[in-house]
Ligand binder design. Sequence first.
Ligand code: ADP
Ligand code: GN1
Ligand code: MG
Length: 377
Amino acid sequence: MATTQLKHDLRAVAAHFQIGGKFKGSAPHGSGHINDTYAVTFSQNGNPARYILQRINHSIFKNPPALMENIERVTAHVRRKLEARGADQINRRVLTLVPARDGRSWHADTDGNCWRCYLFVERAATYDRIETPAQACEGAKAFGLFQRQLADLPPPRLHETIPNFHHSRQRFNALRAAVGADPHNRAAAVKQEIEFCLRREPMVDVLLDLQARGLVPERVTHNDTKLNNVMLDDATGEGVCVIDLDTVMPGLALYDFGDMCRTGCSPTAEDERNLAKVEARMDIFEALVRGYLATAGEFLNTAEKDHLVFSARLITFEIGIRFLTDHLLGDRYFKIHRDGHNTDRARVQFKMVESFERHEAAMDRVVKEAGGWPSRP
Ligand code: ADP
Ligand code: GN1
Ligand code: MG
């Protein structure tokens, strides 16, 4: 079960990276579901300096060196773009890898764990729950800019760190298989949720079909655009740095926009138990559309713009399917902190899907008014 964080000797791990000064301490950091993340503090000439140390979850990411190669290329490319336009505070605008003492971007410990180290992005924070339209707009702008910065990443194609990550048909079939196998006898208790998914099966093929017909292009995308994967500047609120780059790989721009809506439009945490509180916020949706189009509008094609509203429903549905599948399979993928945690998360997603369905006409209007729906006058 994915509940416990292993105890690691962070001082020993940090010693393998090119960090100067004296180790002062470490603490678990953030609320990600996948990696083990720690903030470590050093004293450098009497001043505190913080770093992020992360143990890459290698049961999920099967090839950490390939993943790190992607991150090296992506961060170097974005950095070059920032330098070219004379941006200030570049180390806060793109993740900065701190190399290991052997010059590689990662360190493998004797237990087979793979670690990496980043400069800590100071004076900025991530939010598990977006509160204001301004925060949503800034987050969406940052993710759109990230896609734009990577649009001309030179070949070769990035490694697929998790193959078919957003293949919604495969995610759906995996749920059906988990229901069939039901290894923990949990299916009966979530019968309603399973039926909810089965009724919506046709949704899962829509973007895959458009892609197969050549109507929506493969791009370099982030693929995990939860709004807590962008750091907002404490002083200005600007979406200053896109983080959590493990899944940056070939994908569809719409997957990124959809996940911003899933996490931004919900007024609650992803695992809220009081479902009465879960209802898509249209003010946030509008802010996401405007923010995203401000930076991505110029390169998105007509079919992509036409499916912005749909992508919100699809990705919310897909992540709900993944939570429900993980529950049925015994909580092996997402870190959980209580029994039934993944079902709680799935229920929130499904409530959001229903809410997006109800608000479809209003969402269409928002996109049209923002100039994002060229094929509908
Ligand atoms: P996960 O894949 O587990 O979600 P993340 O890479 O998103 O891991 O990191 C978890 C949290 O750690 C983030 O939500 C963010 O709050 C914090 N974090 C990650 N990288 C940095 C960084 N370079 N500077 C400051 N905080 C960071
Ligand atoms: C995971 O790594 P984190 O916590 O930002 C997951 C996403 C899910 C998300 C749901 C590699 O994101 O795909 O949408 O949880 N990341 C991976 O909260 O599976
Ligand atoms: Mg994260």
